[in-house]
Design a protein around this ligand. Sequence first.
Ligand code: ADP
Ligand code: AMP
Length: 210
Amino acid sequence: MRLILVGPPGAGKGTQAKRLVSQLNIPHVSSGDMFRAAIKNGTELGKQVQEIMKQGHLVPDEVTIKMVIARIKEDDCESGFMLDGFPRTRPQAEALDAALAADDLSLDAIVLIEAADEVIIERITGRRTAPKTGAIYHIKFNPPPEGVEVTQRADDTEEAVVQRMKKYHAETAPIIPFYEAKGLLKSVNGLQTPDQVTEDILSVLGVRKS
Ligand code: ADP
Ligand code: AMP
């Protein structure tokens, strides 16, 4: 299954992707995670994107497209993938379409996790991640177990979140009609509990929970 998870920052894309990939048996391809790994490893790409990300801006399309398209051509993506955080602009959506079409492939669905702007700041400023496992926590909604070391993302400041929300509305939300016109769009309410959101996603995808 070839899927895209889309939604504003903090909607729960990463949280849901981690729950869904084992159920659907496809890899989780998160452009944000790939950039963060590059920063952590001190690569040229990491140096190039560090400041852009910290300020909540988008990494240039040509850099992002090259990285993600190469990733989905790897062997583990042969029978599908779950994209999280990509595409985020119209040129990225078109590049993905073209890359898939060149291999006679197409997307199965794009799942929009809807969340109102008002809840996003609280979700994002309270987000913590465990570097060892990649688990996503929230200081209030899903506190990390005692003894688990967690860190805060460099771009999870209120300032950067405001910038990221602006980018979402200006650049990413406009790609939704592009997929709607293709009949691929499925929407779920991201303001429910994580379990309910997972159930809704499986239901709109027509997948039975195993
Ligand atoms: P995204 O990948 O869309 O930016 P995350 O999955 O990282 O979002 O979630 C952002 C924050 O909100 C995290 O701290 C996460 O624990 C919390 N969160 C995710 N889904 C829910 C939910 N359904 N209800 C409450 N908090 C949630
Ligand atoms: P995320 O982990 O999806 O919240 O992304 C974190 C940050 O990585 C974004 O705010 C951007 O700076 C950068 N980023 C991730 N994915 C993309 C993308 N598809 N296009 C441009 N920038 C991206």
